[in-house]
Design a protein around this ligand. Sequence first.
Ligand SMILES: [Zn+2]
Length: 343
Amino acid sequence: MLTKAAILYEINKPLVIDTIKLPPLKDSQVLVKIAYSGICQGQLLEIKGFKGEDKYLPHCLGHEASGVVVEIGKGVTKVKANDKVALTWIKGVGLDGFGCVCECSGKKINAGPISTFSEYSIISENRLYKVKSDISMEEIALLGCAIPTGLGSVLNIAKPKKNQSIAVFGCGGIGLLAIQGAKISGCSSIVAIDLFDNKLQIAKKMGATHTINASKYSKEHLTELIKTELDFAIESSGSPKAMLHSLESIRPRGGTAVILGNTHHEDVIKINPKHFNLGKRILGSWGGECMPDQDYPFFEKLIEEKKLDLTFLTNDKYHLDDINQAIKDVEMGKATRALISFE
Ligand SMILES: [Zn+2]
């Protein structure tokens, strides 16, 4: 079948909107009609070539979305036609499907096991999560990446206790969800740090108790604000400097920094080992350590019970034709999390 998609032909060039031909479904694959797709830093880095040599060019992009199942391939049992689903890059249970290869004007276009910047997409069974509640399609889209990465970094990795303190470096979609994770955990001091004041204002609405503009950040200022030592830092800005600040900001003997941000593939951070000698810990994250089939039902329940505020993460909507503008707006901090609408 034919569908409209945004294609990356060349690094550092705008995406090209064109009609591509989807191949027939193979075993373990599912055809999904996309409703909303989120744009995250992951795609910005791919477009800019920050992830290193891209051997899949030209290719489709996107790794979080919502949609409805149209057709299932042989062997698929997790979903059926008309099911509402979240499309997520984090592997869950189900068959691990082949990477999908599409066609455009006689040229091969790679689409991998998941791609979401198109009206219809072929997805591997294990990248789908069936939604059972009545939450909106905009909200379901965020289950694909922002919610598991942001909430998971706090609830599954940092695991703060009630009344502990936390700072979040970088208040994009993932950072704002980390802030909400800190609120759910009962943290008493939640410090939001970002270069953009508009994002700090949103962070406050989502539970931040203090804010610092990153251009004015110092450890002394942070300590003065919260009047105690910092137990946890979550870094979600993708800036090597913020990664060092997050390690510097936490308390000796057990303070923990969780690094989520992606940087240029050649970036290196230099760490003074004294931080480790002082008993500080630094942890990484793979999708907030989430297992979709185990963790997403809880996230879905939080959304259903209105315990998550996703308003500011679902406000900025764009049509597929305007995807390059949406990407620019995410990069410039104008949009917290841009959603491409196919509805
Ligand atoms: Zn992502």
